[in-house]
Design a protein around this ligand. Structure first.
Ligand SMILES: Cc1cc2nc3c(=O)[nH]c(=O)nc-3n(C[C@H](O)[C@H](O)[C@H](O)COP(=O)(O)O)c2cc1C
Length: 244
């Protein structure tokens, strides 16, 4: 029997070792862009201004957070939706040179992109949207009800269909590899974990529930969000909604 060891090999070969670290210069001229852009003819939606305060107190949020898998399918307000997106990946500090977000990112490279598959959010038709971080807005990629299809691709987990919306996170691999090479994959998954936790805590702070999702057929999700699965590929998901 052939033993598959890709994971073990990756763990072994992506370790930093004193004898082999250093000597690399960064190719600044070919630094990948930090933000994904879509054609200007696609429809855009401004989100309401997020509040950097409010919600349940932080330690109560930690105490209350649980993975919730039963959602009522109820509609949620645009204000809550906007607040959660900001908590997930919004800009919390900007200066002349950098824009920092609510979640940390290795090297400030922010390789994770956020897609929203909306089922029931006030003011939005169901569809697949991309979160445009610098503008706190959404671009509509495809309209239609994709909850059932997305749930099927997530190993038929029905919470994906019953949620108010789902967040799908992809990784732009080169954005991180440009600096970290093979070790980039470690950081990409760590980045996604931080983002997922922000989503979970923000949902509770806003009176909603969430469940983080790592079980899905990758290529089926990639097809739904229209990414190629190699330069950009899904890494993580979260379903958010009104708990029933
Ligand atoms: C990386 C990751 C992937 C997960 N994937 C799924 C999933 O696909 N489906 C699911 O129902 N729960 C999933 N969960 C939720 C875990 O089952 C849950 O966090 C765990 O049972 C602990 O329960 P708690 O979150 O309520 O504390 C995932 C959690 C993490 C962190």
């Amino acid at each position: 029997m052939i033993q598959i060891t890709y994971g073990d090999d990756f763990q072994k070969h992506s370790k930093y070792r004193r004898e082999s670290l250093g000597g690399k210069t960064l190719d600044w001229e070919n630094k990948p862009p930090l933000y994904k852009k879509y054609p200007s003819e696609l429809e855009r939606f401004e989100l309401s201004k997020p509040q950097p305060s409010g919600g349940l107190p932080f330690f109560s949020v930690l105490q209350e957070r649980r993975s919730e898998r039963n959602f009522s399918g109820a509609v949620i307000s645009e204000k809550t939706f906007s607040q959660i997106l900001w908590a997930v990946q919004g800009i919390s500090l900007a200066n002349e040179y950098h824009q920092f977000r609510t979640a940390p990112s290795a090297g400030g490279l922010f390789p994770i992109e956020t897609y929203c598959v909306i089922n029931q959010v006030e003011g939005f038709e169901p569809g697949i949207y991309h979160y445009q971080v610098p503008y706190h807005s959404l671009v509509l990629i495809r309209s239609g009800s994709f909850g059932t299809e997305l749930a099927r691709a997530a190993l038929s987990q029905k919470m994906v269909r019953d949620s108010a919306f789902n967040l799908v996170w992809s990784a732009m691999i080169e954005r991180s590899k440009w600096k970290y090479e093979q070790r980039a994959y470690r950081y990409i998954y760590l980045d996604a974990g931080h983002i997922g936790q922000n989503a979970a805590l923000a949902a509770v702070a806003c009176g909603l529930g969430s469940c983080q999702i790592g079980a899905f057929f990758d290529e089926e999700i990639n097809a739904i969000i229209d990414v190629d699965g190699s330069t950009e590929t899904v890494v993580y998901m979260t379903a958010i909604g009104v708990v029933s």
